[in-house]
Design a protein around this ligand. Structure first.
Ligand code: PEP
Ligand code: MG
Length: 577
């Protein structure tokens, strides 16, 4: 038996056999080849070159269509690497001389070039190294005939998936398949893979470091998504304990579920709204099952994933119409495309700077590409006649971005008006407050929006300079940090002063330890993965607003996150006992 400690990403306890997903890198064996096999090896190499070239040309065409020439530039460089005679000739000469398999020789030649270039201190050369790596990987994939990652729908028996890393789009593909839970070496509590797991109710532990090395296929695993443990080959008594805990978890969940249809009111009659975050329309039954009063955050990026092209206006429209109708009379906040960071378009080889949290992403990308942005905006507007839809922009850093986004929205309205399409002319528009500059200028922003939603996942990462998806700095990612609490207080006060409602859709809204504090600070809407909604409602229903205010006041006077956490957890225990 071995116990691994990671980060609890999605609640639940699962017990099952391991199924390992292959790591993205390959072990390339140094195999000798006979003289007679040399022409065959050369043929393999040439085939792989042709396939890789075709793959790059296809990608280039696609990106040019979808994102324009600039974004497709990178592929020119990739093609140049692929056509580099020096690399090709060196591989063939060595093959004839050393008589080793072509995949090994190609990887060796690549390594040599990378080593030589790495020693040159020049930005241009550094970029070329990235190109060589990228092209090299593609070519090796063709040479080795590397199979794609497992298709979850082909899994016959329930398993626990084990991987070095899992992307949000892969997590989405596990939905309703025979995956009991998953565990990964990388990732943080608010990485999008973790968020997706919560939304889809797949227990998960991330940031385990070396789980994918320590665990073998078919090992019996216990995944404790509540405390963040994974146990390999558990002893009988440990297994018994966890089987009991799994039952208890279900009983407690049922206790919370009993309040799901009751009002979310404090003991002294203050009403707040407990809403759901969704990633895809298929989650609506779960939202209803957990009694959420509307959708506070519909993350639309996932719409763009696990597919080969960009969604059309009609596809957007049908999805939004469905969600609006299903949720009536409740409101649904559709967040416009928030692509980038650790969420990415699986079908597009997007520019490197888009995958950085501080890069060209989310609203920045949408403002630069109104053609893509407008497809979504028009669809939301058209769907707005089917229910109470609202629009929310992500990653707003200041009033100018908000105005630019609204100007594009106005253009869409104008286009619809002139084509005679109907839409809700009073559609509410809000901004996510998830960048410190927005939090500090919330008073200015509040003048020009209908509502705020605090995105604490990003607000914490930007305020504390902690990458939310990096397990190595996860210890610094502190929702209860005094800087974060002050920002949250500032945003709520600024919103209320100007008479707009303030919600929170980051994971902090569903953190039991923080609920009393944010309730006391006056938050109006709490939006979260629907699974947790009953528990948060249960807490709200068992406290007086008067008490929550005192808790918030005290918490804001404490100096460290640890003090805030232990104080508010202590108060929560007392209140719920
Ligand atoms: C947030 O940043 O808190 C948020 C809700 O958005 P996302 O997690 O999708 O970045
Ligand atoms: Mg965010």
């Amino acid at each position: 038996m071995q116990e691994l400690k990671g980060i609890a990403a999605a609640a639940g306890i699962a017990i099952g056999r391991a199924l390992k997903l292959k790591y993205e890198d390959w072990i390339i064996l140094k195999q000798e080849v006979k003289d007679a096999e040399i022409p065959f090896q050369i043929q393999r190499f040439e085939d792989a070159l042709i396939q890789t070239r075709k793959e790059i040309l296809d990608l280039q065409k696609k990106i040019t269509q979808d994102l324009g020439d600039d974004s497709a530039q990178i592929f020119e460089a990739h093609l140049l690497v692929l056509e580099d005679r020096m690399i090709i000739e060196e591989v063939i000469t060595r093959l004839e001389k050393e008589k080793l398999c072509v995949s090994y020789l190609f990887s060796e030649v690549l390594k040599k070039y990378i080593d030589v270039f790495s020693k040159i201190d020049d930005d241009y050369i550094r970029e070329r190294i990235a190109d060589i790596r990228d092209v090299g990987k593609r070519l090796l994939r063709h040479l080795l005939g590397k199979e794609k990652r497992i298709l979850f729908k082909d899994i016959k028996e329930p398993v626990v998936v084990v991987a070095h890393d899992i992307s949000p789009s892969e997590t989405a593909a596990m939905y309703k398949e025979k995956v009991l839970a998953f565990v990964t070496d990388t990732g943080g509590k608010t990485s999008h893979t973790a968020i997706m797991a919560k939304s889809l109710e797949i227990p998960a532990v991330v940031g385990l470091g070396q789980a994918s090395i320590k665990i073998n296929n078919d090992d019996l695993l216990i995944v404790d998504g509540l405390k963040g443990f994974v146990i390999i080959d558990p002893k009988k008594d440990v297994l018994d304990v966890y089987q009991k805990q799994r039952k208890e978890f279900n009983i407690v969940s049922q206790k919370y579920l009993n309040v799901k249809d009751l009002p979310s009111r404090t003991l002294d009659n203050f009403k707040v709204k407990i809403m759901a975050n969704i990633e895809m329309p298929q989650e609506i039954p779960a939202v209803k099952l957990h009694g959420a009063e509307g959708i506070g955050l519909y993350r639309t990026e996932y719409f763009y994933m696990n597919r080969e092209d960009l969604p059309t206006e009609e596809e957007h429209y049908q999805a939004y119409k469905f969600v609006a109708e299903q949720m009536r009379p409740y409101s649904v906040v559709i967040r416009t495309l928030d692509l980038g960071g650790d969420k990415f378009l699986s079908q597009l080889n997007i520019p490197e700077d888009m995958s950085r949290f501080l890069g060209w992403r989310a609203i920045r990308f949408c403002l630069a590409r109104p053609d893509i942005f407008k497809v979504q905006l028009r669809a939301i507007l058209r769907a707005s006649v089917h229910g109470d839809l609202r629009i929310m922009y992500p990653m707003i850093s200041g009033i100018e971005e908000l105005r630019q986004a609204n100007a594009i929205l106005d253009e869409c309205k104008e286009e619809l008006r002139s084509s005679g399409s109907s839409f809700n002319h009073n559609l509410k528009v809000g901004a996510m407050i998830e960048i410190p500059s927005a939090a500090m200028t919330a008073d200015i922003l509040a003048e020009e929006v209908d509502f705020f939603s605090i995105g604490t996942n990003d607000l914490i990462q930007y305020t504390l300079a902690v990458d939310r998806a990096n397990e190595k700095v996860a210890y610094l990612y502190e929702p209860a940090h005094p800087a974060v609490l002050r920002m949250v207080r500032n945003i709520i006060e600024a919103g209320h002063k100007r008479g707009i409602l303030v919600g929170m859709c980051g994971e902090m809204a569903s953190d039991p330890a923080m609920v009393l504090v944010i309730l006391g600070l006056g938050l109006d809407h709490f939006s979260m993965p629907s699974l947790v909604a009953p528990q948060i409602k249960y807490i709200v229903r068992n406290v007086k607003m008067e008490e929550a205010r005192l808790i918030a006041e005290h918490a804001l006077n404490l100096s460290t996150a640890k003090e805030v956490e232990s104080f508010s957890e202590g108060r929560l225990k007392e209140i719920l006992k």
